[in-house]
Design a protein around this ligand. Structure first.
Ligand code: PEP
Length: 257
């Protein structure tokens, strides 16, 4: 069985500050080595400054696997797209990862599954690893349509990019009803969905299915992280609100170790 290195990704959304970045970096630099990959996804205007902070602390951050990610990218490479940011730009500012298809972007900015698939492909073309978010609404869950919705979101990317593209990707299960609500999925609910997603990929390629990291996102905090992260198919978390508190976020990363 593949061993998957745990990952904890911080989605600051349109929040956080350079002060928070400073606090986090200070705390990480004082920690002993930790095993998870930790990805900070701040608003893009902070990337330059945070990249410099990380470089300045590089020696004390050795063994911490702390990297940067974008929260979104354009599906275009370059050109007259006011307000957009390209994958190449994210890469230039030190990003290794980029969040794709977050439910807030799907719902509030009209990103369809086809657009999400284009962004996934663009991220990889720019040398970034996509963190692909999928998740069902409360109405879909209550109508027993969870697996149908998740399959649709996953299949859009599989159809465009193929299973091999999942060799360089992270999947995040983020039930919409759990995001920012304080009401996390239970460990059993998370495990059920993660096992389903892994099996769906394994059916196409057992290697990719076993290898891919599947993060859980939705009201993760230090009080529920251990039982969620201990599930066999949960490989860490995508964390919104709790990543805006440096002590809480560092605690979560230690729990994922
Ligand atoms: C998110 O927005 O990706 C998220 C998981 O948010 P929260 O942790 O606040 O539910």
């Amino acid at each position: 069985m593949a061993t998957r290195r745990p990952m904890v990704a911080a989605n600051w959304k349109m929040a956080g500050s350079l002060q928070l970045a400073e606090e986090l970096i200070q705390k990480f630099s004082r920690l002993p080595d930790i095993s998870p990959d930790v990805v900070l996804c701040p608003p893009s205007v902070y990337l330059d400054n945070i990249q410099s902070k990380l470089e300045a602390k590089a020696s004390s951050l050795m063994g911490k696997n702390l990297t940067l990610g974008g929260q979104n990218l354009s599906h275009q490479e370059f050109g007259a797209y006011t307000g957009e940011i390209s994958g190449t730009m994210l890469k230039e500012f030190g990003c290794k990862y980029v969040i794709i298809g977050h439910s807030e972007r799907r719902r509030m900015y009209g990103e369809t599954s086809d657009m999400v698939a284009e962004k996934f492909a663009m991220a990889q073309r720019c040398g970034l690893t996509p963190i692909l978010c999928v998740g069902e609404s409360l109405a879909a869950r209550e109508a027993n349509r969870t697996f149908e919705v998740l399959s649709g979101e996953l299949d859009a990317v599989l159809d465009k990019c193929g299973i091999v593209a999942f060799d360089n990707a992270v999947l995040a299960y983020e039930p919409i009803w759990a995001i920012g609500t304080g009401k996390s999925a239970t460990p059993e609910q998370a495990q059920e969905v993660h096992a389903f997603l892994r099996q769906r990929l394994s059916d196409l390629s057992p290697y990719e299915g076993e290898k891919i990291r599947i993060l859980y996102g939705g009201s993760v905090k230090s009080s529920n992280a251990a039982e969620l992260f201990n599930q066999p198919d949960v490989d860490g978390g995508l964390v919104g609100g709790a990543s805006l508190n440096a002590s809480e976020f560092v605690t979560l990363c230690r729990i994922a170790s």
